[in-house]
Design a binder for this molecule. Structure first.
Ligand code: KG4
Ligand code: ZN
Length: 372
């Protein structure tokens, strides 16, 4: 059984042998954080406390399992919000202690990678060529990991990371700025289809990998930066005098309980649709081009794209269009397992379970846990 509470989803799942999904329950806190346009850490911890017991119960019930029948308990140790992580960890520790079951810690980022593996193994016949290059791209992370398989599981080299905002964070901040609600990814994904992606020219959303103050040894050619494009959107809004229409949209949408794209669309003029389409095109282009450059230069044989932003339709289509013809197979999780869930945590724990790699009683949350 996997337990995940690193950010704003309380999740529990039961997975058999790392490859068969028996249940996956995700309790989202979107409604709690929506008024703030982003995750509020204290509120996240409080909501996890409220949800953890019923979510675990539901995951067991849907899997036809009991507390006693699961073989081990896996929990996200980090990276994530410390207070949020602690709720899952404390609960998992208590369960493991009371039930006398082994407890396994999982890195959230390795979880996202295992979401892909879980589903591909479930389909059967998965043959992977290594090294695998994994782009983990979500609200909190934008990382490139080069992965090799070893006897006790996979080992990772972090060859690229964001220097400032994560890609999903840029989606969320731009959506907030444009009065489109939270989270920004799904709504921008849907609205971008209605706009002209060539209407607004953004400079390449990249830093020249030479951030002042960052030691040269810590810089990599595959680093990302998304705070510049957010500022460019803000500048465009000011120059084009879009403030008033944004405020009108914000006000209109605040009256709706849970606005969907069809509610938002009537409040979006051509200029707004073109702006979000151009923003998305620029972010997708940057993610795909740096990933493919890294894959070529580092000899990757397989590509994984995972994390919340991997749900994006243009990102998927662009990777398929550009990677597959060059002989690089690309794998994504289903949209359901792209965003945070606990099935990926249970799946990532399975090789550790086989290796007897169990947690020491004294471990705690690690907000910046690196993946190695
Ligand atoms: O993986 P995730 O659930 O949580 C983190 O670990 O951060 O990712 C959530 C992020 C949010 O920033 C959300 O806006 C973004 O993923 N997202 C998307 C899409 N669906 C979710 N971004 C772009 N397009 C989407 N369709
Ligand atoms: Zn995540």
């Amino acid at each position: 059984m996997g337990i995940e509470t690193s950010c704003d989803e309380t999740a529990a799942a039961v997975v058999r042998s790392g490859e068969k999904l028996l249940s996956s329950v995700v309790s989202s806190q979107i409604a709690t954080h929506q008024p703030y346009g982003g995750v509020v850490p204290e509120l996240a911890s409080r909501e996890h406390l409220r949800a953890i017991v019923p979510v675990v119960r539901q995951a067991l019930a849907e899997a036809g399992q009991t507390y006693e029948s699961v073989d081990a308990i896996a929990v996200t140790q980090g990276p994530g919000l410390a207070g949020a992580l602690l709720v899952g960890i404390s609960y998992a520790k208590s369960l493991a202690f009371a039930l006398e079951k082994p407890l396994i810690t999982v890195n959230h980022l390795e979880g996202h990678i295992h979401a892909v593996l879980l589903e591909e193994r479930q389909k059967g016949g998965l043959q992977l060529d290594f090294p695998v290059l994994a782009l983990v791209v979500s609200g909190g992370h934008t990382h490139l990991f080069l992965a090799e398989e070893r006897e006790r599981g996979w080992v990772y080299e972090n060859i690229g990371r964001t220097r400032d905002d994560a890609a999903g964070e840029a989606y969320d901040k731009v959506a907030k700025l444009l009065g489109l609600g939270y989270p920004g990814g799904p709504v921008i994904d849907a609205l971008a289809r209605k706009g002209n992606p060539r209407a607004v020219k953004f400079g390449p959303a990249q830093i020249k990998h030479l951030n002042r103050g960052t030691p040269r040894a810590q810089q990599t050619p595959y680093d990302f930066s998304f705070s510049g494009i957010k500022t460019a959107v803000l500048r465009y809004v000011e120059l084009e005098g879009m403030r008033e229409s944004i405020e009108a949209r914000r006000l209109a949408l605040s009256a709706l309980a849970n606005p969907g794209t069809e509610d938002i669309l009537p409040f979006c003029d051509r200029k707004t649709l073109d702006l979000v389409a151009s923003f998305q095109r620029s972010v997708v282009h940057d993610l795909v081009s740096k990933t493919l450059q890294a894959a070529g230069e580092r000899g990757a044989r397989t590509l994984f794209v995972t994390g919340g932003v991997a749900a994006n339709s243009e990102l998927r289509a662009t990777f398929e269009k550009e990677a597959v013809p060059s002989g690089l197979p690309v794998y994504f999780p289903s949209r359901k397992l792209s965003t945070d869930n606990a099935a990926m945590i249970a799946a990532a724990a399975y090789p550790k379970f086989l290796a007897g790699d169990f947690a020491e009683a004294g471990f705690s949350a690690e907000a910046s846990l690196p993946l190695k």
